[in-house]
Write a protein that binds this ligand. Structure first.
Ligand code: EPU
Length: 420
C-alpha cells in the first residue's frame, strides 16, 4: 500500500489548476446510461472513483473511449447487463447512482446495497422510497436492491434529510418517467445543479434547478451531447487551506468562487485575504496569523462537510479555542485521533469537536480513514515539525488528481513511497 511522506518546508507559492469535480463527474457518468446516442464529456478528473465508474459502465456493455485530449466518449446505446455487482459497489458507494438511470430507461436494475462506511451508516432508503413512489417494485434480497417497473410514473416526493446522491438518483429516474415529478427538499449542491444542466442538455425538462424544489416533466428519450464538468470546489478549498496553514499566497485557477462562498467567508474570518475573478481564487496569508473559527457543517449553500477536516487542522494551530459541529455524517471525526497523535488538543463530544490551538504539530506516522480525513493529514504534515507519513493513501487517490505534482508545483515537499 502506498504512503505519502511530507516534510514541512515553509511557505507555498504560485498557482494550482483545479481539476474537474469528482462528485459532479460521477453522477454525470452514470447519467450517460440514460442516453440513446453517445455522450462526450470534458474536464473529467483522472481519479480512482472515475476509473471504477468506467469499469462499472463497461461491465454493463457501455462502450467507453478516450480521445487524444482525454475527453471521454460514452456510448450506452447497447446496454447488456442492468446490474452493479457487490465487488464494485463495495469500493465505491456512488455506484448506487446507476439505479435511477437503469430503472428509468430499461425498467429493471439490480444494484448491490452499499454497506456502511468509515464516516457513517449512510443508508439509501430515500433513493429506494422515492423510486417506489414512482411506481417501482423494489425488494432487497441477498444484499442486492432488485428493482422492476413498467414506465416510471411522475410523483410528488419530499426527501428528508437533504441528500445529494438521493436527489441525483431520483432526478435521473424522473427524467424519463411519465408525467411530472416534483422533488422537494432537494439538495442544491453545485454538483446536483451540474447534473441537472447535463440532463437538460440531453433533452430532459427540469426546472427549479439550484432551488430546493425541482420539477421534472418526463420525456420519451434522451440523446447524447458534449458536456464539460464543473471544477472541484473541495479540491480548490483544500489547496487554499494549505496556503492558509503555511502563511502563504497562492492562486487556484480554473475554479468557480461562487461555489465556495461559505468556505471563503470562513477563510476571511480565519484571517486570510481573498481575491477572486470569475475563475480564480487567490488566498494571501503572508505575515498573518490564523484565527480560530467556529463551524457547523450543513447542506449547500452552507458550510460543506467535505471541508470540515481541513478547517479542523487550521483550528488546531490557530491561537485560541473553537468548535466544529458535524451535522451531516455521524462519524466524520476519524482524523481527530490521528491529529492528537501529532500533538493537537482536540476533544470530541457527540457531533462536536472542541479545539484548543497549539503552537506546533509534530510529524508522525498517521493513518488515513477516508478521503477528506486523508487530505487533512497531508495539510497537518505541511506544518508539522519533522516528517509525517500518511498511510493508506488510496483514499486520496479516489478524490485528488495528481496531488503530489500539484503540491510540488506550489513548493511543498511530498513524495510517495510504493511499498508492501
Ligand atoms: N441519508 C439518509 N438516507 C438516504 C440518503 C442519505 O438518511 O437515503 C442521510 C445520510 O446518512 C447523511 C445525510 O443524509 O446523514 C446526507 O447524506 P447525502 O446522501 O447527502 O450524502 P451522499 O450523497 O452519500 C455526497 C457526496 C459526499 C458528501 C455528501 C454531503 C458524492 C458521490 N458524495 O454523499 O462526498 O460528503 O454528499 O455533501 O457526491 C467526499 O467527496 O469525500 C464525500 C464523502
Amino acid at each position: 500500500m502506498d504512503k505519502l511522506v511530507i516534510d514541512s518546508r515553509g511557505h507555498l507559492e504560485g498557482t494550482v489548476e483545479v481539476s474537474g469535480s469528482k462528485n459532479a463527474a460521477l453522477p454525470i457518468l452514470m447519467g450517460c446510461l440514460l442516453a440513446e446516442t453517445p455522450v462526450t464529456l470534458s474536464n473529467v478528473p483522472h481519479l480512482k472513483d472515475v476509473t471504477t465508474t468506467i469499469q462499472l459502465l463497461a461491465s454493463m456493455g457501455v462502450q467507453v473511449m478516450f480521445d487524444e485530449r482525454l475527453n471521454i466518449e460514452i456510448d450506452a446505446s447497447n446496454v447488456t447487463l442492468k446490474e452493479a455487482e457487490y465487488e464494485l459497489v463495495k469500493t465505491m458507494r456512488a455506484s448506487i447512482l446507476v439505479l435511477g438511470p437503469l430503472l428509468a430507461r430499461f425498467g429493471e436494475a439490480k444494484v448491490s446495497l452499499p454497506g456502511g462506511c468509515a464516516i457513517g451508516s449512510r443508508p439509501v432508503n430515500i433513493h429506494i422510497d422515492g423510486m417506489r413512489q414512482m411506481g417501482a417494485d423494489i425488494v432487497v434480497e441477498h444484499g442486492y436492491i432488485v428493482a422492476k417497473a413498467g414506465r416510471l410514473q411522475g410523483a410528488d416526493i419530499t426527501m428528508h434529510p437533504v441528500t445529494v446522491t438521493g436527489t441525483e438518483n431520483l432526478l435521473m429516474a424522473a427524467v424519463l418517467a411519465q408525467g411530472t415529478t416534483t422533488l422537494r427538499n432537494a439538495a442544491r449542491e453545485p454538483e446536483v445543479v451540474d447534473l441537472a444542466h447535463f440532463l437538460n442538455a440531453m433533452g430532459a425538462k427540469i426546472s427549479g434547478i439550484g432551488t430546493d424544489t425541482m420539477v421534472v416533466e418526463g420525456v420519451e428519450s434522451l440523446r447524447g451531447v458534449n458536456y464539460t464538468v464543473i471544477p472541484d470546489r473541495i479540491e480548490a478549498g483544500t489547496y487554499l487551506a494549505a496556503a492558509a496553514l503555511t502563511q502563504s499566497k497562492i492562486t487556484v485557477t480554473k475554479a468557480n468562487p461562487e461555489h465556495l462562498t461559505a468556505v471563503l467567508d470562513k477563510f476571511v474570518e480565519a484571517g486570510a485575504l481573498i481575491e477572486t475573478t470569475p475563475d480564480t481564487i487567490t488566498l494571501d496569508m503572508r505575515g498573518r496569523s490564523l484565527k480560530p473559527v467556529n463551524i457547523v457543517t450543513d447542506p449547500y449553500p452552507l458550510f460543506p462537510t467535505d471541508m470540515q477536516a481541513q478547517f479542523l487542522v487550521m483550528n488546531a494551530v490557530a491561537e485560541g479555542e473553537s468548535t466544529i459541529k458535524e451535522t451531516i455524517f455521524e462519524n466524520r471525526f476519524m482524523h481527530v485521533s490521528e491529529l492528537i497523535r501529532m500533538g493537537a488538543d482536540i476533544r470530541v463530544e457527540g457531533n462536536t469537536a472542541f479545539i484548543r490551538g497549539v503552537k506546533q504539530l509534530k510529524g508522525a506516522q498517521v493513518m488515513a480513514t477516508d478521503l477528506r480525513a486523508s487530505a487533512s493529514l497531508i495539510l497537518a504534515g505541511l506544518i508539522a515539525d519533522g516528517e509525517t507519513v500518511v498511510n493508506r493513501v488510496y483514499h486520496i487517490d479516489r478524490g485528488y488528481e495528481l496531488i503530489e505534482e500539484k503540491f510540488h508545483k506550489l513548493g511543498a515537499h511530498i513524495y510517495r513511497l510504493n511499498n508492501e
